[in-house]
Design a protein around this ligand. Sequence first.
Ligand code: SF4
Length: 583
Amino acid sequence: MTRIAIVDNQKLKDMQQKLHIQSICPVNRTGKECIRIIDSKLTIDEHLCTGCGICPKAAPNAIKIINLPEEMKTKPIHRYGENKFVLYSLPTPTLGHVTGILGVNGIGKSTAIKILASVVRPNFGDWASHETDYDKLISFFKGTEAQGFFEKIKNNEIRVAYKPQQVDLIPKTTKGSVIDLLKRVDEKGSLKTIANELQLNEVLNNDISEISGGELQRVAIAATVLKNAELYIFDEPTSYLDIKQRISISKFIKSLINEDNSVLVVEHDLIILDYIAELVHLMYGKEDAYGIVSGVKPVKNGINVYLSGYIKEENVRFRDSKIKFAEKPPIKKKHMKEMATSWHNVEKKLGNFSLKAHNGEIHRNEIIGILGENGTGKTTFVRMLAGVLKQDNGNISHKVKVSYKPQYLEVSDNLVVDVLKTAFSRYENQIIHPMNIEMLSLKPLNELSGGELQRVAIANCLQQDADLYLLDEPSAYLDSEQRLVLSKAIRDFIEQKNASALIVDHDLLFIDYISDKLIVFEGKPAISGEVTGPYDMEDGMNKFLKELGITLRRDTESGRPRVNKENSRLDREQKESGHYYYS
Ligand code: SF4
């Protein structure tokens, strides 16, 4: 197959539109049936289609015609149906190692790991057949490491334990208390130890439906590792977790490895992926159309290749431009311009929780990152600055207009184009185009994926007329590439408007990439929070990283931040000199 056609019939308006599309196909005009309409469903015969590009122009949201790279002659591993998503190849777990999977959303990462976990049976492109035996998989991967893996699966020598991506769906299918759930899956008899290590003791007796996203994530990880398995798969194990929790979960997952097992991890936080995995597979292709898995690479090299957008060994360019990082920490800006907002000894009590923010100010044309543990009052502080929550004591100057994107996103049946009216009419180049929102314009909000809804919510915040933009966790649900693209879009927008932004996030690389300065939250989660800063990047990061006990260096090739190995020479030297952030 040299070409694939993807058709989303739900996005084709009516029969009249389908008949029109059929009538303009040059192949149909010669009397052949390239585009067919059967039972009101439009389908495209990929063998007859010449790739002329006429029908995708007539229905760009519903039809994609993709000419596959010349060298791609392999049969697909799985196809969801006629004119539906296709996956080529699979990642391979390596014994005794943590292997990462890195790629944009919609490229088939979850499908690939579901196949490895035997949740999805691969059909090799024959979607009408529902049965696949392992012999087929074994012969497909003959001569590769995957052959051995599937032979072991067939002989029941490898058991797989799998943590799904969407932990927020768990309460919809599982009822009862956390401890009952964990008892049911505890094949190792180590519930007590694991609950201790993952700091779940306080929620063990709570109902699954009542715990937070971060707690749900740790419960799902506990349920996975309590099973006896030779392959552990974690699909996005750090979403909903703060940076401290991300580091400790990474250490925990790394500690599972022994010479008889292996771990696969899908992760979008590049600092964490780099920290957790030793090897990585890149996945590329076209969003919602097809996905290809690269050969396995050492993680440092793999992430750099991913940022460069070009896989030399496979001669594939999957992005037009490189993603680059600044070589040095941002230069301290002297005497910033006009002040946007300021606060002075602000205090707030909410139930048993109390928050104190010392003195601080934000100037125009500044982007301030906010770092801190979950439960130390970041959202409360942002809501007070936005004027949606009143402080008990102290002053906040509200001389500026504020636009606020909350952490949790509201859905409705409004169309994207109606919600983003101003952005479509005034900021097409600044917001709509860089954030890739055109393709979503006719979708209602309640049909968007988490990542799509996040992009729309950020665009909605930016399209408001304001001086200060407050974005609470904008990187949640976005893949690593979207996070970096988004950083640039926000930065350009803020500069052009001469406005300022305050960004709360748990992805350290994202915060490092986007911020001019930092506000740091300290305290005891759910009990007290203390806000200091804004600091310049170096001082703020040093303060925050010291608290976490980790040091960062810049990768010499890509300029991206990397976590130093604990107790390595660099780690010790940086800690001794107090330079936790880049030596
Ligand atoms: Fe027909 Fe293919 Fe051209 Fe579409 S792209 S009009 S299906 S030949």
